[in-house]
Write a protein that binds this ligand. Structure first.
Ligand code: NAD
Length: 290
């Protein structure tokens, strides 16, 4: 078997096309969706991610304000900036690019964003709603993007065994909640760094989502014939055979394509979907003010 490509670029472009009319509807009602993206420091990968988000806004006609603060910004200066953005009625979404410098409490900062502007979906109010099974609010973008990709490819989730590698607040845990929620109805197993016999647990999966951050951890013999495999990982590994000296790879060994029915590529899989879901959250936040 050679896995079909779970193509996040194609799916994200379909999502974006459907969003253009939503943006127009907002504008017709006198509201121009507006996203503020705050980045602190000079991590090159983070700047690439922020630029991709700003470009997606441009494609859709969403206003974006890009606020770049130096790495020696104090936490209280960042708090002041968030309070200003919370109070600005023309701004509908606030995104603080992760990671923040080590001297800042990232979770504490997330708590300060107004839940109605929390387009990342990480505020305790929004995550708490998800725990309650309420999937109609601001959902964390990466796991919501995975669900959208599965729907786009007509992949059945009801009654399937889903195994999630990773239990982070950003990906693994909300991914598990979304797959278990009414509507997806999967039977979910959450695995993590202390899980024993990980390969055997993975082998039970009809749907396997890897969000660990270890290059090519998931091997071909961990995967059941015909399983759907979603690779969330983005890892930079040395590759001296190419000029820049590094390449991106996921958490899944590419040989898994020999046994899986579907496999998402890295890059070009979950990454573009994360941005598409951010656009949905921003537009929904704008719509809620009309
Ligand atoms: P994280 O470091 O917060 O969490 C990693 C999780 O993996 C932890 O829960 C940990 O318990 C688990 N883990 C660690 N070692 C393990 C092992 N040997 N076996 C099983 N589980 C193990 O990372 P994160 O923020 O959840 O991100 C995970 C990966 O996804 C990273 O590569 C990150 O770059 C990527 N990511 C991609 C997107 C995207 O848009 N595609 C978005 C967010 C994160």
């Amino acid at each position: 078997m050679t896995a079909s490509r779970l193509d996040g670029r194609l799916c994200a472009s379909a999502v974006e096309n459907s969003l253009k009319v939503e943006v127009q509807n907002c504008m017709d009602s006198g509201v121009n969706p507006h996203l503020a993206v705050v980045i602190v420091g000079d991590d090159p990968a983070s700047h690439v991610y922020v630029n991709n988000k700003v470009k997606a806004c441009e494609r859709l006609g969403i206003i974006s304000t890009h606020i770049s603060l130096p790495s020696n910004t104090t936490e209280s200066e960042l708090v002041t900036e968030i309070e200003r953005l919370n109070a600005d009625a023309s701004i509908h979404g606030i995104l603080i690019q992760s990671p923040l410098p080590k001297h800042m409490d990232e979770e504490g900062i997330t708590d300060l964003i107004s839940p109605s502007k929390d387009v990342d979906g990480f505020h305790p109010v929004n995550l708490g709603r998800l725990v309650q099974g309420r999937t109609d609010g601001m959902l964390p973008c990466t796991p919501a993007g995975v669900i959208e990709m599965l729907k786009w490819a007509n992949i059945e989730t009801e009654g399937k065994n889903a195994v999630i590698l990773g239990r982070s607040r950003i990906v693994g845990m909300p991914m598990s909640l979304l797959l278990a929620a009414k509507g997806c109805d999967s039977t979910v197993t959450i695995t993590h760094s202390r899980t024993q016999n990980l390969a055997e647990v993975c082998k039970q999966a009809d749907i396997l989502v890897a969000a660990v951050g270890i290059p090519e951890l998931v091997k071909k013999d961990w995967v059941k014939q015909g399983a759907v495999v979603v690779d969330v990982g983005i890892n930079r590994v040395e590759d001296l055979s190419i000029e820049r000296g590094w390449r991106l790879t996921g958490d899944v060994d590419p040989d898994v394509a020999e046994v899986a029915s579907w496999l998402s590529p890295v890059p070009g899989g979950v990454g573009p979907m994360t941005i598409a879901m951010l656009m949905i959250n921003t537009i929904n936040a704008a719509k809620s003010t009309i």
